[in-house]
Design a protein around this ligand. Structure first.
Ligand SMILES: [Zn+2]
Length: 264
């Protein structure tokens, strides 16, 4: 039995993807728990980024103060087109925002259920694809900052979805789409403003997850609804643990939950 503060699983892009939990300051393989019964027993408390202990979060995984003051919780985190650090304008903390926003970003196409468009920092693109359970990804464009990538993403939403159906993703129901052909098609539709940023190489990345048999019906379970989750792990995809009972557990959504983890 281990006391853990749940955090999103660390991933390594291997064949298949390797997942790790941080337990007692060391990384423990989650892949090795496949086939075993695991339990999360919630303490009834959650911890914010700032260490504040609460019975529940205010919004997302933040306390009230952090949600309204931290740059990590600002509106531009989700709406990239609202970024203003490139103009020297502060949203919440200009130094933090400059470091975060003024680095190379990519606009990508990925397939987790159907084709979608998304934005992330160049150095975290593979991790992003794995976290969303994408089986394929390709970089469409590279921009010098987050704002431009966000602006391009907004423009591309007229042709592409920007959301994943997590249920289809977890059922392994994935549209077969040729991403290189799709990228070509999108490049032809793009306005001149964005053409200089097109990433010319077509490095298609394929991702294999540690799951053999996908569940047919999906039931999402959480520690807020039931204090104890005790299930046999049969696979992992995205940031979800998939159990034999067709229940799925979103690890990332439980960031900051103080729990006991029992492996049997
Ligand atoms: Zn806080």
């Amino acid at each position: 039995m281990y006391k853990v503060l749940i955090d999103k699983m660390k991933v390594v892009n291997s064949n298949p993807v390797e997942y790790y939990f941080l337990i007692n300051d060391s990384w423990r393989s989650v892949n090795e728990l496949i086939g075993k019964k695991i339990s999360f027993i919630w303490s009834g408390y959650v911890f914010c980024f700032c260490n504040k202990k609460m019975k529940k979060f205010y919004r997302q995984n933040f306390c009230y103060d952090c949600f309204w003051s931290l740059p990590q919780a600002s509106p531009s985190i989700f709406k990239h087109e609202l970024c203003q650090a490139h103009l020297g304008i502060e949203e919440r903390d200009l130094d933090w925002e400059k470091k975060f926003q003024l680095q190379t970003h990519v606009v990508y196409l990925s397939i987790s259920s159907g084709v979608k468009v998304g934005v992330t920092r160049k150095n975290s693109v593979e991790m992003r694809w794995i976290d969303q359970g994408a089986t394929e990804g390709i970089v469409l464009a590279e921009t010098p900052n987050r704002y431009l990538a966000g602006k391009m993403e907004v423009y591309l939403k007229q042709f592409l979805a920007d959301k994943t159906s997590w249920i289809k993703m977890l059922q392994g129901e994935v549209d077969g789409v040729d991403l290189i052909a799709k990228k070509k098609e999108i490049i032809n539709l793009i306005s001149d403003e964005f053409k200089p940023y097109i990433f010319k190489k077509n490095n298609l990345q394929k991702i294999k997850f540690p799951i053999e048999n996908y569940p047919k019906k999906i039931k999402s379970i959480s520690l807020e609804k039931q204090n104890v989750v005790e299930e046999k792990l049969i696979g992992i995809k995205g940031q979800y643990l998939i159990f034999e009972s067709d229940c799925v557990f979103n690890v990332r959504k439980h960031t900051g939950f103080a729990a006991e983890l029992v492996i049997s």
